[in-house]
Design a protein around this ligand. Structure first.
Ligand code: HEM
Length: 403
């Protein structure tokens, strides 16, 4: 049995784990923050309890909390508030603490990468490239530190929130799960794990991924934008409205995706809608204003991690469907406990409230293949295993000893 944690919060992407046994080899499989750490800093976080993972989630959740509308007073509207002394302003202390947590982590990781480069131990990560071309790119220390930082922030909670919604939907909608399993069994079979190349032939699973984005978009109102000039907005206006300079624009993606004028039965998880029409809208309705990457933003600040995110979502979705059976927990009389698919956390980014479900490998053969893949990935993992704590080293050694 697995309960998806967000509070208390080590790593919310425990969707990858088949077992609640902390030392099972599978529970050391990469979570989304671990993948991002490896891609960016060439450093592996083998466990949810690894220092960088817990430090990241602590900073991230503090940050999401201070960003939430209402968590800080409206300083933009009443600038005088910024002169309130710190001792009377808890929000200022919260912001300062968040900033310190973030800076300690981001600049600490950057320093470690620079030192590793200095020792000639390159492993091909992204921040190595940035450090090597820092001068040429005209990036000072501050910008470089935060470049890595925003990429971890952007890439961790988002992908893991998607995967948590996926697990919730597969559990709550067993027919959709069964159809997806049948399709993957036909294309991939049971003797190997899926690869990204398989996706072309997995039409239903592609629709299921789009439906997961539609059903519970990770950023329901995207990230607020502002208009730079009134003139620009007023050239065409919007449906006769003039949008003034500096106006805050929220794109209510959740509202669009749940508009019953556009979508049939929008409150239900129905991947089939994306087989009927390109954007999942009711046949006959003009859905041409929509596009598949809407959950990743609009305009020039569209998510720059979209390709990494989509690859990661695609492979994780295929793997989860191929490998596991997801079912609701049962009560004392053996009846399934209904899941509340609307119980979501509040905030700029959302994820399901913790929920219980049962996750089992679909067969012994599949479980063995997963373990085998884990062992075969040893050389890839090893490149990124530096600066590990004694506990992490012990964990890694123990999981490999089962080879
Ligand atoms: C399920 C996965 C993801 C979703 C749904 C998602 C969604 C979004 C959204 C809605 C925005 C705001 C766009 C806007 O302002 O219009 C955004 C921005 C951003 N995302 Fe993602 N994202 C995901 C994964 C990633 C990954 C993997 C990375 C990095 C490796 C990343 C890095 C960023 C960054 C740095 C920004 C800020 C861009 C800017 O303000 O210019 N995201 N993302």
């Amino acid at each position: 049995n697995q309960v998806y944690p967000r509070v208390p919060r080590p790593c919310p992407s425990s969707a990858i784990s088949t077992s609640s046994q902390p030392n099972s080899p599978i529970s050391g499989a990469p979570n989304s923050s671990s993948v991002i750490l490896s891609v960016l800093y060439g450093k592996r976080a083998p466990r949810y309890e690894t220092r960088e993972t817990t430090a990241f989630f602590e900073a991230q959740h503090e940050w999401e909390r201070v960003l939430e509308p209402g968590a800080t007073p409206p300083i933009d509207l009443i600038p005088l508030l910024k002169y309130v002394p710190v001792r009377w302003a808890k929000w200022k202390r919260d912001c300062a603490r968040t900033r310190k947590l973030q800076r300690d982590l981001y600049f600490g990781l950057l320093n470690e990468t620079r030192e590793r480069l200095g020792r000639g131990e390159e492993n091909g990560c992204y921040m190595e490239e940035i450090l090597k071309s820092q001068e040429e790119l005209g990036m000072d220390l501050e910008i470089t530190g935060y470049l890595g930082g925003v990429l971890i922030e952007g890439g961790s909670d988002t992908t893991s929130s998607f995967l948590q919604t996926l697990v919730l939907a597969l559990t709550a909608y067993p027919k959709a799960q069964k159809k997806a399993q049948e399709e993957i069994d036909l294309v991939v079979g049971s003797h190997r794990m899926p690869t990204l190349d398989d996706l072309d032939e997995l039409r239903y699973i592609r629709a299921l991924i789009l439906e997961t984005h539609r059903f519970r978009p990770v950023a329901p109102m995207l990230i607020p934008h502002a208009t730079l000039t009134a003139e620009e907005a007023s050239v065409s206006g919007y449906k006769g409205y003039i949008i003034p300079k500096g106006a805050t624009i929220f794109v209510n993606v959740y509202g669009i995706f749940h508009d019953s004028d556009l979508f049939d039965d929008p409150e239900n998880f129905i991947p089939e809608r994306f087989l009927l029409t390109e954007n999942g809208t009711r046949p006959g309705v003009d859905g041409s204003d929509l596009r598949h990457n809407l959950p990743f933003g609009v305009g020039r600040r569209l998510c720059p991690g979209i390709h990494l995110a989509q690859n990661s979502i695609n492979i994780n979705t295929m793997n989860l469907i191929w490998a596991f059976q997801f079912s609701p927990d049962t009560d004392a009389s053996g009846n399934p406990i209904p899941l509340d698919t609307s119980a979501y956390q509040r905030g700029i980014l959302t994820a399901p409230e913790p929920f219980r479900c049962t996750i089992k490998p679909r067969s012994k053969e599949r479980a063995d293949i997963i373990e085998q893949e884990f062992f075969e990935a040893t050389d890839t993992f090893k490149k990124f295993e530096y600066g590990l704590s004694a506990e992490d080293r012990e964990f890694v050694a123990k999981s490999r000893a089962q080879e």
